[in-house]
Design a protein around this ligand. Structure first.
Ligand SMILES: [Ca+2]
Ligand SMILES: [Ca+2]
Ligand SMILES: [Ca+2]
Length: 454
């Protein structure tokens, strides 16, 4: 009931043409991380809800897309969902994006299932993207169909490092090290390797609906205002348009649209060719299973895309808790909000009112930042250099443990909890990290309580 009242009041507020205010002058708005497309479920299904405000027939497409997202593909020929491989990382979207949330990092000795490795050699391909490794392409597939060899496996080990907060309390961070095992053929020894954990997929339709101008308004590539924070757009190749476009998705913002991200996932992650990427991604090995025929019907590519585009955002919890309120202030005082920007507005979209003109609270600027040497993958991805990562949205992050059963954060899952994720920040975020380092124990726990309320 409370929720309905909140939603009703925000609708009234919007139709009343009230002026947009960046400081939540309308307190109701702060609860609604995804604007009208916010849901209040704190259970294990919290990331998997359709937009609550959508035409019934669109809901139906979302449901079909849900089935498609969780469909298990098998090797061809087969009556249902054929075409998997010859090379692949996993068998369905949902097997990596568990409950529409984030993947798990491989433990020591595990083969990775929801983390994948991008690879390349120095230089750029003809689209300005990473240069494929001969015989391997730009992604390592660790699984393969019968009679085909997986490209390689990757083993991870962690090294612990001890640090102290300024108050003397110690903390430990673990840094990952990777070894490529059993390549099916010799790998060049100068390859660059970038680990990527499957990122959460909810709320992305709203991020896609933010206008390019609104994103670029926060860019400050040469730090003209001198606050130590730049914010740089990635520009990547849009294969559906045949031109360069602003990158928004992926840990380095290397994908311009949800459609292309999804099409690339079918092709590279599951081995399913489609209209956007019609050639099997098996470099060097026989592409035997389909003669490069398109394996995925366009309708299914588009329903899976639509599914992701219409996943709702979890609403806030414990907003009025004094510790959360204190943490919110500390978050702003430390300058976290310069990159994790709380307020964005989607552009007016007459064709799709569900994402139109929404005040949302994603806590991202969708821009790249130099995060320092320690987080660097040293592998450029279009305009993103080896130190740069896209600010990930923080909405819903407090429910990760509940939904995904773990609290591993950052692009490679090295952080074992939210505070560790913060203490890994460096580069442009070094000042912010140092502010947290200087906090008292009570302040640190208030900051974490705030993050948990997102
Ligand atoms: Ca295939
Ligand atoms: Ca490959
Ligand atoms: Ca700046």
């Amino acid at each position: 009931m409370v929720i309905l009242v909140l939603i009703a009041s925000i609708i009234v507020q919007q139709t009343g043409c009230s002026k947009y205010d960046t400081h939540y002058s309308n307190p109701d708005s702060e609860w609604l991380s995804g604007g009208i497309q916010t849901v209040f479920d704190i259970g294990s299904g919290a990331f998997g809800h359709a937009f609550p405000e959508m035409d019934e027939w669109k809901e139906r497409i979302h449901e079909i897309g849900d089935g498609q997202f969780n469909a298990t593909f098998v090797s061809a020929p087969a009556p249902l969902n054929p075409g998997r491989g010859p090379l692949f990382n996993n068998v369905s979207c949902g097997s990596c994006h568990i409950s529409d949330g984030r993947g798990k990092v491989p433990g020591i000795g595990d083969t990775s299932v929801s983390t994948l490795f991008r690879i390349s050699i120095a230089g750029n391909d003809k689209y300005g993207g990473p240069m494929p490794v001969p015989g391997f392409g730009t992604q390592l597939q660790n699984r393969a169909s019968f009679n085909v060899m997986p490209e390689a496996q990757v083993a991870v080990v962690y090294t612990e490092h001890s640090f102290n907060f300024d108050d003397g309390t110690s903390y430990s961070l673990r840094s990952p090290g990777y070894t490529i095992l059993n390549p099916y053929t010799a790998l060049p020894n100068n390859i660059m390797l970038s680990p990527r954990v499957a990122a959460p997929v909810y709320g992305l339709g709203l991020l896609e609906a933010i206008s390019e101008n609104s994103i670029l308004a926060n860019a400050d590539k040469d730090d003209a205002d001198g606050d130590g924070i730049s914010g740089k757009p990635n520009y990547v190749w849009d294969f559906t348009k045949g031109s360069t476009a602003l990158g928004r998705f992926g840990w380095k913002a290397n994908q311009p649209s949800i459609l292309q991200q999804v099409a690339a996932a079918y092709n590279e992650d599951i081995g399913i060719t489609n209209a956007v990427f019609p050639v099997e991604s098996s470099f060097g090995q026989p592409q035997w299973d389909n003669n490069n025929k398109v394996e995925l019907a366009d309708s299914l590519l588009h329903t899976a895309t639509f599914y992701v585009q219409t996943l709702a955002v979890p609403g806030r919890r414990n907003l009025q808790n004094p510790q959360v309120q204190q943490g919110k202030k500390l978050f702003a005082d430390a300058g976290c909000n310069k990159c994790h920007i709380p307020d964005m507005r989607t552009s007016v979209n007459v064709a799709f009112p569900a994402v139109s003109n929404q005040l949302i609270h994603p806590y991202t600027d969708i821009l790249l930042h130099d995060m320092g040497e320690d987080l660097a993958d040293n592998r450029p991805d279009y305009a993103a250099n080896g130190n740069e990562w896209r600010t990930p949205p923080l909405w819903g992050i407090g429910l990760t443990q509940r939904v995904n059963g773990h609290s591993n954060f950052l692009h490679d899952g090295r952080a074992r909890n939210l505070l560790e994720a913060v203490m890994w920040h460096g580069g442009e975020a070094l000042n912010a990290k140092n502010k947290v380092k200087a906090m008292s124990a009570a302040e640190r726990s208030a900051l974490v309580k705030f993050l948990e309320s997102l």
